[in-house]
Design a protein around this ligand. Structure first.
Ligand code: RNT
Ligand code: ZN
Length: 412
């Protein structure tokens, strides 16, 4: 008997259907963040330093310098992961021939991305870029006290929603346009209220027009570099805003206190918002955006989505940036880990666990949970990769190394 057949039998004993798990996995798209490929740089003519309290470390060779280089890297990534996924693009990644400010962007600047996404048969998600810009330099955008600055960012975000709707319409799958802003204070504010009043009014303006193919989402944060003491768009602010205004809510796994996991927030927030988006990331001691690894945090996030039946209400995206290792490899590692975590969740003996819980048999519940950790999910993952003709195990690394030699190392 093959290892896979043994695995199917073992899972069968636990009332788990392996084929059903694999076909469910195939239906879960992951939105791949474009910004891992060039250290959150973008393609604007006069792009400055990375702002918004974000930081990327490392200078590994091969950073993408143009849209076509980034697309080539992304195609490489998509060829190494099973299933069909999505691209999560930031506004600063448009194709601008000349200086186009953020309040001037149009659908035409993104036509090349749509064409590529169509060829790859993938959907797209989108993000306004409210950082790395002179008008964001003092740390405030949509909540700025200067109306001129606020209006500039409102215009940018409104245009992003038009572009998101264009992506959704062209690609036949709704686009989530996710608003994250860096606004906040390094030190203790005297007035926590006024910036929040202003953010609320700005968002109301941003979201005033309704679109058929664009979905809006809002992303909170606990702190950033330079906004350690106060962030205008806190978790409570956006949770309330999303519930009141019917937007999606984005939970970024790096945006909470270090011992706080977003896993537990999913079922609570979904009591009150219809859908959410996740930015799966890995904070090490702080919101450091390390490459996503298959750790307890990730496993718990995946099982909360899968085992509570939320796959149709949670959109999964990744959000990290590491320039200290091969950037294509960083993408593939995070993507494959996200999928492995989902597979492990899909193979969880949930029915037996729930029975034990209903019976009040918490010894059995804990025993089952612990035994599940050594179930042969790896054999199932390998068969999944094999069936979809993507490299097994670590073999994808050979292709990435080859790509580094032939393509990435020529970029200097
Ligand atoms: C920042 C947020 C945000 C960004 C991207 C680039 O802390 O997580 O989602 O990472 O928009
Ligand atoms: Zn994020």
């Amino acid at each position: 008997m093959s290892v896979f057949e043994t695995a199917v039998e073992r899972y069968g004993e636990l009332e788990v259907d392996v084929d059903a798990a694999l076909s469910a996995l195939l239906d879960i798209p992951i939105s791949v963040h474009c910004w891992q490929g060039d250290d959150v740089g973008g393609f604007e003519v006069d792009s400055g330093a990375l702002g918004g309290g974000l930081a990327v470390t490392g200078n590994y060779l091969g950073k993408a310098r143009t849209p076509s280089e980034l697309r080539s890297d992304l195609s490489m990534v998509f060829s190494l992961i099973p299933g069909s996924h999505r691209l999560n693009l930031h506004a600063m990644y448009g194709e601008f021939s000349g200086r186009v400010d953020r309040d001037e962007i149009e659908t035409s600047h993104f036509a090349g991305w749509v064409e590529w996404a169509r060829a790859e048969s993938i959907g797209m998600d989108f993000n306004p870029t409210c950082f790395s810009h002179p008008k964001a330099e003092d740390g405030f955008t949509l909540s700025h006290q200067d109306k001129g600055v606020r209006d500039f960012w409102v215009e940018h975000c409104q245009r992003c929603r038009v572009i998101g709707d264009y992506f959704g319409r062209e690609l036949g799958t709704k686009c989530v346009t996710n608003v994250w802003i860096p606004d906040g204070y390094k030190d203790t504010p005297a007035d926590r209220r006024s910036p929040r009043d202003r953010l609320q009014s700005s968002l109301d303006e941003v979201f005033a027009k309704k679109f058929d193919d664009n979905l809006d989402s809002v992303e909170s944060k606990l702190f950033g570099i330079g906004s350690e003491s106060y962030v205008v768009g806190s978790h409570e602010f956006y949770l309330g805003y999303a519930i009141k205004n019917g937007t999606l809510l984005t939970l970024d796994s790096g945006h909470y206190h270090p011992t706080e996991s977003i896993a537990d927030k999913i079922s609570s927030c979904l009591m009150f918002v219809d859908e959410m988006m996740l930015h799966v990331s890995r904070g090490v001691r702080w919101d450091s955006d390390h490459v996503v690894t298959l750790n307890d945090d990730l496993l718990m996030i995946a099982r909360e989505i899968v085992c509570n039946g939320y796959l149709d209400r949670v959109r999964i995206g990744l959000d990290y940036f590491d320039a200290s290792i091969n950037r294509v490899g960083a993408w593939v590692i995070g993507m494959r880990n996200m999928q492995k975590a989902l597979l492990i969740a899909l193979l969880e003996p949930t029915a037996l666990l729930k029975d034990a819980e209903r019976d009040g048999d918490f010894t059995k519940r804990l025993a089952l949970q612990e035994d599940a950790k050594s179930l042969p999910w790896g054999a199932v993952w390998d068969v999944h990769c094999d069936r979809l003709s993507v490299p097994l195990g670590g073999a994808w690394l050979n292709e990435v190394s080859d790509y580094e030699r032939k393509v990435l190392s020529k970029r200097c």
